[in-house]
Design a protein around this ligand. Sequence first.
Ligand code: BDR
Ligand code: CA
Length: 318
Amino acid sequence: VTRLIMDCDTGTDDAIAIMAAVGHPELELLAITTVNGNVALPNVTENTLRVLDHLGASVPVHEGADRPLVRDDLPIPRDVLNADNPEFQAPLDLPASVSSPLSSEAVRFLADFYLDDANGDVALVATGPLTNVAAALRLEPSLRDRIPRLVLMGGAVDGGNVTPAAEFNFWVDPEAASEVLAAGIRDVVIVPLDATHSAPLTAADCDAFAALGTPSGMAASRFIRHRIETDGEATAGDADTGPDAPVHDPLCVAYLVDPLVITASGHHPVAVETTGELTLGALVVDRRPWSPGGPSATVALRADHDGYAGFLRDAFSA
Ligand code: BDR
Ligand code: CA
């Protein structure tokens, strides 16, 4: 069993990632930290609690950063950014939560957890802007040697989604992403848009999840269907499989159980642009054979649809 902590900005794909981590028999979700991102922090935390309540899961939630590490807020006002975007549901279409976060000290929690954890085997899965993780590394720089594995959704090698160059999570907090990638954590796996867009989920996948009849299968089916219906670009679909939509964050969780669900580029030096006028928040992967080295990561370039959908079915079965 792989133990993990998740750091999320819970919109619909983070919600599906949480449900997969709670449900999969080979995973044990120890805690969730919440971060400003898809929606404003109070909505992120409420969405997270809704998901856990819906599953009847008791996973401690620690609320974290309500704004980026050094910037005041998002470069584009949230209502402009969120218009028609299926990822941004506030609140999530689930009954209101009846529980509360255990603390509002996510950064302290992350630092203390990894300082105290003697086994050193708890993966950190980050599916939102990296503000909490960067702040924890600032607080306790030794965490770079204590976090055994960081799997994160963010960045794009070939074209962003918020700007031509930047993916949402890195764009919201470029300094945090930059600091986390530069920290020198041993095992960093980046799951960028290239991977998530290569394995979109289909209406048939939704049918299969719903047919499981479980709370997670039925909610995931609803959320993904909503993404398929509202994601203009993806609705055109593929001639063979019909309408589909990328579902980013759960791919990080799938990777923990089945590393072969992604095809990686290999291990390369990586960095995030923090000053570019056109490229703020862009992920830069140095794939030159003669690259000088430096903090590096495994970068997922593609994902396997059937492996991904199969992982989710297993996770939603119970
Ligand atoms: C990422 O940004 C958020 O909107 C999603 O939850 C995902 O983590 C995709 O760019
Ligand atoms: Ca997310």
